[in-house]
Design a protein around this ligand. Structure first.
Ligand code: UDP
Length: 323
């Protein structure tokens, strides 16, 4: 199929693009390279450097490429940053995204696959978290995704634009060729592996007084290749709605650090810091709906496998996509 991918130069987008092309799809990547990297764009894809704020360009690009599917990864995605700069999140993730929705209508796109997040739920009352929980985000990042999900529902009702919103838990790991490189790294696993690589002296632990067994936050880490598989299943006709993507297992910050130590064979120095604003204590998915309705079949569920793949990529690419 002809797939139009926004944010295809970013971490999750680049690996989905690679997997889409490996499966025989024809891919156009649209990215403004503000967060992504030119080198992360699979050479077999057509690349358009552009911004979602440029309404004419985005509409022309979707229409002229006869796009059948849109996968929308382009977004700002940092909880902490969203707490200090909410305007950036509502502008880029919501306002400019409307241009892409209109492009989908103009181009008679068959399906819109949206990168959503477990941050839409806020602090869950029930663990593991199913799609039926109320959406009460506690940071502007999560709120921006809730609003976009609402827009998707209206565009479906009023224009018939079919959609799947995939609510990711914590995406991690790498494929052989593509991995996680943010210009300013805030994510746990790459930050811990930087210490293992000797690129930083210590890893910060944000909050040790959470109501969890070891006092640190618990997250459900999901391998990027398993996420990519879910995107391809979401493209299929008749599959619509909201799906959580996680492994149903939670690991604390300290457990992640311990596993990184084992896999890298390096002692990781840590420093305890206060809580990071906007962080819920515990997020664990129930992905039952995705398993049943998307026929999702995750293959790299263990934290060890996830971290092994990340470690292999970071060792091979110690400077990420910088030469
Ligand atoms: N975290 C940490 N040190 C870091 C980066 C993250 O302790 O250097 C914590 C963070 O506060 C959160 C968890 O690790 O509880 C996962 O954070 P990450 O930024 O990787 O993903 P998020 O859950 O925010 O999407």
């Amino acid at each position: 199929m002809k797939v139009f991918v926004t944010g295809g130069a970013g971490y999750i987008g680049s690996i989905c693009v690679e997997q889409l092309i490996n499966s025989g799809h024809d891919v156009v990547v649209f990215d403004n390279l503000s967060e992504g990297h030119q080198k992360a764009v699979d050479k077999r894809a057509r690349f358009i450097e552009g911004c979602l704020s440029d309404r004419e360009t985005i509409i022309n690009s979707v229409v002229s490429n006869k796009s059948q599917i849109i996968m929308h990864f382009a977004a700002n995605a940092l909880v902490g940053e969203s707490m200090v700069n909410p305007s950036k999140y509502f502008r880029n993730n919501v306002a400019y995204g409307i241009n892409l929705l209109d492009a989908a209508i103009e181009g008679k796109v068959e399906k819109f696959v949206f990168s959503s997040t477990c941050a839409t739920y806020g602090i869950p009352e029930v663990i593991p978290m199913s799609e039926n929980l109320p959406l009460n985000p506690i940071n502007p990042y999560g709120e921006s995704k809730v609003i976009f999900e609402k827009l998707l529902q209206w565009y479906y009702k009023l224009h018939g634009l079919e959609f799947v919103a995939l609510r990711y838990f914590n995406a991690a790991g790498a494929s052989e060729n593509f991995g996680e490189h943010h210009r300013i790294e805030t994510h746990l696993i790459p930050n811990v592996l930087k210490v293992a690589l000797g690129q930083s002296n210590q890893c910060k632990i944000f909050g040790t007084d959470y109501p969890t067994p070891d006092g640190t936050c618990i997250r459900d880490y999901i391998h990027i290749l398993d996420l990519a598989q879910a995107h391809m299943l979401a493209m299929e006709k008749g599959k619509n709605g909201f799906f959580n993507l996680g492994n149903g297992e939670g690991y604390s910050v300290r457990q992640v650090i311990d596993t990184c130590e084992q896999i890298s064979g390096t002692k990781i120095a840590t420093v305890e810091e206060s809580r990071r604003s906007g962080d819920p204590p515990r997020l664990i998915a129930s992905a039952q709906k995705a398993l049943e309705e998307l026929n999702w079949n995750p293959k790299f569920g263990s934290l060890e496998k996830i971290i092994e793949s990340a470690w292999a990529w970071h060792k091979k690419n110690p400077n990420g996509y910088n030469v």
